[in-house]
Design a protein around this ligand. Sequence first.
Ligand SMILES: *[C@@H]1O[C@H](CO)[C@@H](O)[C@H](O)[C@H]1NC(C)=O
Ligand SMILES: *[C@@H]1O[C@H](CO)[C@@H](O)[C@H](O)[C@H]1NC(C)=O
Ligand SMILES: *[C@@H]1O[C@H](CO)[C@@H](O)[C@H](O)[C@H]1NC(C)=O
Length: 399
Amino acid sequence: MRAKWPLKFMVGVQPCIFVTLFYFVLVVLYGRITTIPEIHYYKKAESYVDKPFSREPKSILLWNAFFESRNWHLPGSLVNETFFKGLNCPATNCFITSEVNTLSEITEYDAILFHVAEAFPILNPFPSKRAQNQIYVFAAMESPAHTKHDLSDEISFYNYTMTYRLDSDILWTYGHLQDIETGQLVAPTSYPAWRKIPELLELDTSLDIALAKKNKTAAWFVSHCDVISKRDDLARSLQQYIPVDIYGKCGTFTCPRNSHECDEKLDDEYKFYLSFENSLCTDYVTEKFFKILDRNIVPVVYGGAEYTKFAPPHSYINAEDFKTVKDLADYLKFLDGNLEEYRKYFWWKKFYKRTKISPFCQLCLKLNNPSEREKVQYYNDIQEWWYGHACRMNPNVEF
Ligand SMILES: *[C@@H]1O[C@H](CO)[C@@H](O)[C@H](O)[C@H]1NC(C)=O
Ligand SMILES: *[C@@H]1O[C@H](CO)[C@@H](O)[C@H](O)[C@H]1NC(C)=O
Ligand SMILES: *[C@@H]1O[C@H](CO)[C@@H](O)[C@H](O)[C@H]1NC(C)=O
């Protein structure tokens, strides 16, 4: 009886020792793994380095036309590396074609671009076959108010968006601003770091002479009347307080559009230009604004964007910063009669300039980036992304 006791004890203790040893080994191993993260990370980095950009050319197909242009205003129906090199793109081993037979199979294209502001071809609206690694791109420069194509069928169809909206995968905007000194692109972006407006504006004799010569108040060139932003009503309402010369189809003044003569007229004679958008949609700022930044005239903006994301402070006047159109008109009248205050709207000209960047540079880069190609992404409900909370109907200024 007495001899059995230690044995019983031993039976209980043996698994105990094994369990303790097992945990000991685990703790040591775990410790080793966690205390040498360098090796872990180094291995990761090594495998990344092992996958450089592949030299293989990436192919991009333009599925439908961009309005009247089948090749989306590119220099030809097939553009190659030469085109990308000419744009100084970071990656250049891409080609873009609008001819579907450039490659023998539709599934061979790395990316296919669909211009969604227009209806797709009635015959053959979509590619008949799709490869798993093919990138379908939703492309548009028009606002949702002018998307003529029905998106309800395209559930989980597009992988990338390429639009003017700042939350697009590829930004396709009407203009960019560049810092003249550093060469850096500063806008558009959600949080641009604008320079501080200098306390004292340096004299710029030639600019001052040009500004002093202006003898008219506001101009507007417009060819689409009665659009949903009601910009016509705003302009006409403004006309009750200050002179607004409306050129083009919706007005009484004429000047050949986009001619040198018209541009000069703006620079020489007018103080303000109405950069009014056709719809009030998030980030929707068009060439109506960007082109004016190149000129010596102050844009009065009306649109759905937060303009601070697009242009330097005090480079434009936002109509919606005023309660009523009369308040806006009063402010414009004040500037009209006060050259010293008016010229302050040109402070940024020596720091920033407008530049154009092709969205195809970014697309080519993305198609080449191995880590981009590893990830699977697509838009479940593109309709919600494009239309949901994107535009508003009601202006924030009374007119
Ligand atoms: C690329 O396009 C340019 C201009 O169209 C042409 O001159 C050149 O031969 C093409 N290069 C190749 C490799 O196809
Ligand atoms: C305004 O200035 C332009 C050129 O600077 C001149 O051609 C035009 O006649 C002037 N208009 C008025 C009303 O003074
Ligand atoms: C692209 O979208 C399709 C359709 O939803 C999806 O099956 C595919 O995995 C996506 N490809 C990539 C590379 O994200």
